[in-house]
Ligand binder design. Structure first.
Ligand SMILES: [Zn+2]
Length: 288
């Protein structure tokens, strides 16, 4: 299968100048390519396909969660906020935090509830508006549009943002500029070196642009560390977690259950060996 049109991504987003080689992972948009230096996997999607799938984010009903899913997400947010406070060695009320690409503002709300001085920026205008209507301090636009002063923040978070970007380095440079020396940048994204990705191949749902709009760039712990270094950050640690082999909807029940049991048994080794599905990078702007 040949990729339709010219690929939106033409160079490794991490900043490598190495060749991008076709892999055997065939998606609807064409073969995924791999950077021969850092192993980053890249979509062959055209710019038109990228824009079409990104459009789903600007819908006031996008990403609405309730009930147990909301409670689980709030618990995860509280854990992450506690880690940020511990890494900074500060109390929540002394921490100014911005969630960049904050979607419906769940993390901003959790940070405010925990006593942080928190705000968010979100480029999708409709989502930003419903979030403001709910009373949260969220600005429409990109971080760069806000023109914050140098060293404005103690902490910044980028949840599920970098996999959407053809060129993440300018955003990371802006994060570095607006962070205080010693400030923390937390990045979350999928792990293309996970056992889940290895087992599911081209069927890994994280690769599916129709399901996860605009996913075009897939990191592994090594490429994440290279991105961080390229943007002038120190790596505190890069954690990975979770193994998952099947989607409940598309799998016979016995197979789903067997896959789930195996995945649960592998959760701990995946975490220890850096092969979990979710990757969390804890980065610090150097103090000097
Ligand atoms: Zn690379």
């Amino acid at each position: 299968m040949k990729s339709p049109g010219v690929s939106y991504i033409t160079a490794c987003p991490v900043g490598c100048t190495a060749a991008l080689n076709d892999t055997t992972l065939q998606l609807r948009e064409g073969a995924l390519r791999r950077c021969s230096s850092c192993g980053q996997l890249l979509s062959s999607a055209s710019e038109a396909r990228y824009s079409e799938t990104m459009a789903q984010f600007d819908d006031s009903t996008f990403n609405v969660i309730t009930g147990r899913a909301q409670a689980r997400r709030d618990a995860v947010a509280r854990k992450r906020l506690a880690r940020i406070a511990a890494l900074l060695g500060k109390s929540p009320q002394d921490i100014r935090l911005c969630d960049v690409g904050c979607s419906r503002g769940q993390f901003v709300a959790a940070a405010l509830a925990a006593g942080f001085n928190a705000e968010g920026v979100e480029p999708a205008p409709q989502i930003a508006q419903v979030t403001r209507d709910a009373g949260l301090p969220v600005h429409t636009g990109l971080l760069e549009d806000r023109h914050y002063e140098d060293a404005s923040f103690d902490a910044l978070t980028l949840f599920e943002v970098v996999e959407h970007l053809r060129a993440p380095l300018p955003l990371l440079a802006e994060c570095r500029r607006v962070l205080k020396p010693g400030g923390i940048l937390m990045i979350s994204t999928g792990n293309a070196a996970s056992w889940t990705a290895a087992a599911m191949g081209a069927r890994w749902d994280y690769f599916d642009m129709a399901r996860d709009g605009g996913h075009i760039s897939f990191f592994n712990p090594r490429s994440m560390a290279m991105l961080a270094a390229g943007a002038g950050f120190e790596v505190e640690c890069i954690d990975t977690a979770r193994v998952k082999f099947h989607d409940r909807e598309n799998t016979p029940r016995w197979r789903y259950t067997a896959g789930k049991l195996l995945a649960e048994a592998l959760n701990l080794p995946a975490r220890l060996l850096g092969h979990g599905h979710d990757m969390l990078a804890w980065l610090r702007k150097p103090a000097q």
